[in-house]
Design a protein around this ligand. Structure first.
Ligand SMILES: [Fe+2]
Length: 157
């Protein structure tokens, strides 16, 4: 499976979110690397980390949408939930001895690109406006001590 590179077309113009999406892409690539070496423990570790990080990322995104008063929040949450269920199902299959790494990576790539370019792009403007109101520059990724830092600490530390 080819190494997957971040593409500027994936940007939602909110640096903190772009960075989290990049981290998810890193995990997907890591999954490709460890599965090549057929190291079952390592594949499992990456799978668990990928799920863990994605859950935090989704919760973080949902908090931003909520803070911004985004009207499609509930629908977006449902999409996130369905996706986590899906990766968990892959993890279960892996635990039951199926070699799912390649299929999961393809699935993740298709899903992530589609989700970023449609669902995430849809909240972009309202979240940007909210961040600007809080005087957080979305593109510079300037995270001052305050609300956003607290949120990041809450979900990722
Ligand atoms: Fe999302």
């Amino acid at each position: 499976m080819a190494y997957w590179k971040w593409d500027p077309a994936f940007s939602v113009d909110i640096a903190v979110i772009d960075n989290q999406h990049k981290r998810i892409i890193d995990y997907i690539n890591e999954l490709g690397t460890v599965s090549m070496y057929q190291n079952k423990d390592k594949v499992h570790t990456v799978l668990v980390s990928l799920i863990d990080y994605t859950v935090s990322h989704f919760s973080f995104e949902e908090s931003l949408m909520q803070e911004a008063g985004y009207s499609m929040l509930e629908a977006h949450k449902k999409v996130h939930f369905a996706f986590i269920e899906r990766i968990n199902f892959f993890k279960e299959r892996y635990e039951n001895g199926e070699d799912i790494a390649k299929q999961l990576m393809m699935d993740l790539q298709i899903w992530l690109v589609n989700h970023i370019q449609h669902d995430d792009t849809d909240y972009k403007e309202i979240v940007q406006a909210m961040l600007q109101k809080k005087q957080i520059a979305p593109m510079e990724g300037q995270i001052k001590d305050g609300w956003l830092t607290t949120m990041i600490d809450k979900f990722f530390k």
